[in-house]
Each structure stands twice: as structure tokens, then as C-alpha cells.
Ligand binder design. Structure first.
Ligand code: ATP
Ligand code: MG
Length: 352
């Protein structure tokens, strides 16, 4: 009875189990092993079949040394990566020699799928790294204007000429403003990543107009030609705060990184296309562009790819976090000295 129960348990386990004799021939296996062999190697294993027979030369180099170790009497575990259907799966495999009268006559192997755990570990590692960068850079970037203020206060104390004092006070004001911007951006990051998603009806035409109004103070704003293409007859629902923040940052960049010269005419194309399932947003400019090799980094925290930036380098990080929070995708392509194009796709929450 116990034997039957034990067999049933092994048979129905989601972990794979198989045993081989000293010639690599299968002496036993459970259902999960059978299914995995079909999935990974396209074979239906049977008792008496050599495990070497269904491995291709690549896999043989991975597995053969492990089988040889266990057949020499070593108990051990290995993490093994398998690829199938474009997926990468990770297994924790334990190898156990089988001995009869102190003679090794085979091995029992147990394999557990730990892909989900590995993915979580990787995500956690990524988040920890991100947090470390965040703390390091935030401290550094907050400290530098503070250090300027401390220095300037010293200078003011020693200065008697009123016009010089006024000058120093203006500089202190600029440093304090820089700190304020950074703190506002840091608060935005926390709000974007921690806040609940709202489901508002979004008026893209209105948001874009508001954003452009708020950016009209940028130097040479009036020289830029804006082309707007809207296809917004279908209602779109999403988080209006996040959407606002996305459009604000992307359009701000398109304006801020225009070329100094006026040839070709500075132009920004804003295209918004809503359908029942998603919104596609495209913002294209013919500004200074981004140097090759730096494009991959622009979504990193605090990253600025040009000295023309007067910002904190958090804009695109906030945008990416907001887009991903709404389940969307963002892509940025750029040609140095020609222009930049950002395309974003976000699901329409009306259907959810
Ligand atoms: P912030 O947005 O915090 O005020 P920022 O604009 O420097 O500062 P991001 O918006 O994150 O930071 O952009 C990162 C970098 O990517 C910028 O410093 C700039 O070099 C580059 N960049 C982004 N958008 C454009 C664009 N449209 N044209 C040229 N370069 C761009
Ligand atoms: Mg920016």
C-alpha cells in the first residue's frame, strides 16, 4: 500500500524524476519527466532508452559530465538552464547515486522548475541596484547645490559692496531652485511608482494645449512649428495625471533640445491615435539628436546626454515608469544632429 502511495506521489509530482543505470539507460521516470522530454527534446522516452540518445551535441556537453559525476558516487545539485519555444527556463536538479551493497548501480535525479523564483530574484536584484543608484545620485545631486550655497554664504559674509552681495544672493537663489526642482522630481517618482491608477476620460487635445502653454516660456519657443495630428474620436480612459506627466516631459525635451540655428525650420510633430484597445503617441523633433551609443542610457535615472540639459536627468525615467505603470511600452530613436522620435503605446482602459 505504501509503495502504491509513494508511486502515485512521484507520478503526479510537478517536479521531474528519473533514474538511470550505470549505462545511462532509463530505469524509471515520472509523468513530468516524460512531458518535459517531449517539450525540450521532442522525444517520448521509454524504459531502457539511453538518456544520451535524445540529447543533441550541445546538451550532451552539459549533461554528460553531470551523469558521470553522479555515477562515480557524488551527491550534488546544479542549476540548469533549458531553452524552449523562445523561453529560458531554470531548473534546480539534484543528482543522487544509487548503490547496492556499496556498489554504484545507477542514479536518481530530481528536477524542480525554479524559473519563477529566479525571475523574482533577478527583478529584486535590479530593484536593489536601482535603489542604490537612486540614493547615491540623489544625495550627490542634492549636495552639490547645497555646497554652492554654503560657499556663497561665506562669500556674502566677507563682502561689503552691495552690488556683489546682490549677485551672490541671486546665485544662492538659483542653487536653491535647483534643489527644489530635484526634490519635486523625486516626489513625482515616488507618486508615480506608489500611487493607485486612476481611470479618467482623457482629452488629449486639451492636455497637449495645456502642456504647450506651460512651456511657452522656453527660449525660442515661438520659432518652433508644431504639427498636430489627432485621431481621437474614440473615448480613451487612463490615468490623466500620469498621461500629463508623460506628454509634459516628452514635449519639453523636444522643445529644449532644438538646434540653435534656424535651418532647417525647427519642427515638432505630435501624433495621437486612439482606438478601442490603445493609444499611440508619437512625438518627433528635428533637434540636436542624441549621440550614438548614448540612446540606451537616456531612460536611466539622472542621465543627461548633453550639456544643453538644464534639468535633473529624471524626466525620461519618470516617463518610462509612468508608461510601464499603465502597462504600456515606450521607444526612443534618435539620429545625432538630425532629430529624435519617441513612440509610446498605452492600453485603453475603457475596455478593462
Ligand atoms: P529633466 O527632464 O529632468 O529636466 P533632462 O531633459 O536632461 O532633464 P531626460 O528628459 O531624462 O532628462 O532626458 C535625458 C537626456 O536625453 C537629456 O539630457 C538629453 O541629452 C537626451 N534627450 C532626451 N530627449 C531628447 C530630444 N528630444 N532630443 C535630444 N536629446 C534628448
Ligand atoms: Mg527632460
Amino acid at each position: 500500500m505504501d509503495e502504491v502511495k509513494y508511486r502515485l506521489l512521484v507520478e503526479n509530482s510537478s517536479d521531474s524524476f528519473w533514474a538511470i543505470d550505470e549505462n545511462y539507460k532509463l530505469t524509471s521516470f515520472n509523468n513530468s519527466f516524460f512531458e518535459s522530454s517531449k517539450l525540450f527534446y521532442g522525444v517520448s522516452p521509454f524504459i531502457g532508452m539511453s538518456v544520451m540518445d535524445f540529447l543533441n551535441s550541445n546538451n550532451k556537453t552539459n549533461w554528460l559530465p553531470l551523469y558521470n559525476r553522479v555515477l562515480k558516487g557524488e551527491f550534488f545539485s546544479e542549476e540548469i538552464i533549458e531553452h524552449t519555444l523562445g523561453l529560458q527556463l531554470c531548473f534546480d536538479v539534484s543528482f543522487n547515486p544509487i548503490t547496492v551493497n556499496s556498489v554504484i548501480c545507477g542514479a536518481a535525479i530530481f528536477s524542480k522548475d525554479i524559473t519563477a523564483r529566479k525571475n523574482i530574484e533577478q527583478q529584486l536584484e535590479y530593484k536593489v541596484n536601482e535603489l542604490n543608484t537612486f540614493v547615491y545620485k540623489a544625495t550627490h545631486d542634492l549636495r552639490s547645490p547645497l555646497v554652492s550655497v554654503i560657499g556663497l554664504v561665506q562669500l556674502v559674509k566677507q563682502e561689503t559692496a552691495l552690488s556683489e552681495i546682490q549677485n551672490y544672493i541671486d546665485m544662492i537663489g538659483q542653487s536653491v531652485q535647483k534643489m527644489d526642482h530635484l526634490l519635486i522630481d523625486l516626489v513625482k517618482i515616488v507618486n508615480v511608482s506608489q500611487g493607485q491608477l486612476a481611470k479618467d476620460k482623457i482629452d488629449f487635445v486639451w492636455i497637449v494645449d495645456e502642456v504647450l502653454d506651460s512651456l511657452a516660456f522656453r527660449p525660442e519657443f515661438s520659432k518652433i512649428i508644431f504639427r498636430k495630428h489627432y485621431n481621437v474620436d474614440i473615448d480613451y480612459y487612463g490615468d490623466s495625471g500620469l498621461m500629463n506627466s508623460i506628454l509634459q516631459n516628452i514635449i519639453d525635451n523636444a522643445i529644449k533640445y532644438k538646434k540653435k540655428e534656424d535651418e532647417p525650420e525647427p519642427m515638432i510633430i505630435i501624433a495621437i491615435d486612439v482606438d478601442a484597445s490603445q493609444v499611440k503617441i508619437g512625438i518627433t523633433d528635428n533637434g540636436i539628436g542624441i549621440q550614438e551609443g548614448l540612446v540606451e542610457k537616456v531612460f536611466d535615472m539622472f542621465y543627461r546626454a548633453t550639456s544643453a540639459s538644464d534639468g535633473t536627468g529624471l524626466g525620461l525615467y519618470i516617463v518610462k515608469t509612468a508608461v510601464e505603470k499603465m502597462g504600456g511600452k515606450i521607444n526612443l530613436s534618435s539620429v545625432y544632429d538630425k532629430g529624435t522620435s519617441v513612440s509610446i503605446v498605452i492600453p485603453n482602459f475603457s475596455s478593462i
